[in-house]
Each structure stands twice: as structure tokens, then as C-alpha cells.
Design a protein around this ligand. Sequence first.
Ligand code: PMP
Ligand code: GLN
Length: 418
Amino acid sequence: MFDLELNLGVVENFRKANPPLSSILVLSKENVFMPKFQGVVHSKLPNTGTTIFTVMSKLASEVGAINLSQGFPDFPCSEELISLVNQSMRKGFNQYAPMPGLLELRETIAEKIQNAYSAVYHPETEITITSGGTQALYTAIAAMVKEGDEVILFEPAYDSYAAAVELSGGIPIYIQLKAPDFHIDWNEVKKMIRQKTKMIIINTPHNPASAVLSAQDMLQLEKITKNTDIVILSDEVYEHLIFDGLEHQSVMRFPKLAERSFVVFSFGKTLHVTGWKMGYIVGPENLMKEFRKVHQFTVFSANHPFQWAINEFLKNKENYNYLPRFFQEKRDLFLQLTKGSRFKPLECKGSYFQLMTYKEITEEKDTDFAVRLTKEYGVASIPISVFYHKPVDNNLLRFCFAKQNETLEKAAEKLCRV
Ligand code: PMP
Ligand code: GLN
């Protein structure tokens, strides 16, 4: 598969791609840039700033800290996959792919889903290849949510959900997951369902909480959505990152849920290529028809040569079946290495993120402490309060363990000194 020794200098490449401004442009008083737009700017997202992922990765790069903040591997993807992309380009897959994606890849995905979850999706009408998970989420929301529709989402929540809902004129209805295990209180959800509820967004395995939904959760969801027009948007981009023998409870395992669900996936997570921005979405034909109406006018079709390469690569099931074991080892290594520190782990059942409480160290706000930890101790993380619309600070930081063992060792050494 891939050779961890083959360090392609991923971190170094990240630095090169994000240079400080001064090294590419010398600013002086004489520099004249674009004059400002003279009209009034009516922002559609007035409260939105730069995402925490960009902020923390930039800070890590500026101060030379080990970056366990933004979720991406610091090890290379498979050499075979890279060769396949190369081959694909040489074979001439360089023009537009079909709008819903390469049919062969959709067929491979249909088979993969059937094997894993016993659900049958038609490759022609019920599967669409997208430019990453984020685009799939955005497009599904844009296709379904109208002005004034309510969308239930659970906090802490991946940050793109609420923004996409608001851009469609929808109203996010926030329900908090219950710490410390971040479970859903289904009675609370039931109370929040109204005529205006158009969609419920779930995420399992969960970013940033690393919790997973159980079969029992899915049955509850099935029960409370029965006889409604609610569409479920199930973000399952970490489907393979699930540990300790747990089975991923996809909505697709539950026929009554599957028939009202869009399910979103990301090849970025499965193939260690977050920079490729490739993913897919599945859903029943009448929902997918609406999805594609929006998809064709925002993206039209996703990157063609990558689709061909990914299809060839996925034919070998071992190219993804090893993922739970591989990431569980990383999680366990990180836990073992940080055992002697004053950071205390919460349970991580899935995803490649480990939450840690730092209550023994300080009572500082998580946003302040994350910055200080990066600058003073050289480890970047993500503060959890930013995943709430009104910050809830439980003194938790998120550390990404999708890193080379050496990186985890170096980071843990620093964390043990705090
Ligand atoms: N959903 C979740 C929960 C994620 O963590 C991510 C992470 N990147 C995405 C969606 C988006 O995936 P992509 O990078 O393929 O857009
Ligand atoms: N999903 C990644 C994370 O949670 C980052 C995605 C992004 O940077 N937009 O860290």
C-alpha cells in the first residue's frame, strides 16, 4: 500500500503553498491595490469569518508548530494511486466527465455500498460524484432547503452545515450533543420537529466529537421522522474510521431511513488525499434528481482523471479495508504517548480526531489556550467552542492523529511538557 518512510515532505509542501505574504510581495506605501467597492455590501453571511482550520494551520505554519489542528494526513497517499492518476491523464481522461460522474466509478461505489451495508443504489440515477464532501453537503442543502425552512443540526457541528443552510435562506435549529460522550437526546429532537422542519443533518463518526451513532440511534431517528417530509442529510465521510470492533451504522442499513436520506462521502478521508477534493453522494432517485439540477450549474462535473484513477484503486478492497486498524493504531499510539501529560482524553470511537480536556492545566478559554499552546509549546490543535453557534467552552481541544508516528511522538513530547 503506502510507504510511511517515503516522506514526501508534506508539511514542507504545506509551508511552501502558504508562504507569509512578505515573501511573495513587498508591501510599500506606493503599492496601490484595487480601490474598495463603493456600494453597500449586503453580506449573506455577516457573522462568518475565516474558518478555524485555516486560522490554526496558518498560525502553526507561521510559528513552526507541529500541526495537529486541521484534519489532514502528513504522510503520502499510495504511490499506486499517484501512478494511476498519471496513467489516467496519459490515457486522455482530461476533458469533462459525465455530469453525474464516471459511470464505472459509480458502479464500483454501488457494489462497495451493497457489500458493506446491504443497500442497493442505482449507479445511473442514485449516485453522483462530487468535488469533495463539502460540495456534496452544500449542493444537497441548496437543492432541498427553501426560505424559512428549518434544519436541525447537532452541535458541536462541522462548520459548513449552518453556512450552507443560511445561504439557502433556511434557519438552523441547533441541538447540543450531550457531553461527555456527545450522544443525542432524541426526546429533545422530537420536541423540535415542526411543520417547517425540512431536514435533519447527522454526522457519524463525528467530527469533532469522535462519537458514533448506534443502531438504536438510527431506529429513534426512523421513528421520529416517520410520516413526515423530512430529508436526512447523513455526513458519513469517516465511515471507515471506526474503532474497537464497532460497526459503522450508516443510514443505508435502515431502509426506512435510506429512502429519505442523502449520504455524503469523501475520498479525501478514505485515500489520504484531502487536497484532491473528491467525494460522492447517494440518495433515492427523486432526491438525486433535484441534487443534480443544482450540481450541474455549480460544478457540472467533478475532476475526470482522478475519477478514473480512484475507480481502478477501489477495485482492490484492501485499499480501504485496512483503515480502521491503521487509524486505531494511530489513536492508541497518541493516547499512550500522552498518558503522562496533563491532557486527559475523552473517548474516541471514530474519525481521526482525539478530544482532550486541559482542565488540569488552566481555566483559559479554549480559543486562547489553543493559540498559546501553538505559540509557546509548538503544538497546534482546534478549540471545540468554535463548533457552536454560541460558544460552549468545555475546555476541550481537538488533536488530529492522522500523522506519521514520528510526528505524533514529537507532538506528545511537547504536550507532556505543558
Ligand atoms: N464533513 C466532515 C465531518 C468533515 O470533517 C469534512 C472534512 N473535511 C467534510 C465533511 C468535507 O470533506 P471534503 O474535504 O471532501 O470536502
Ligand atoms: N475537515 C477538516 C477538519 O475538520 C478540515 C476541512 C477544512 O479545512 N475545511 O479539520
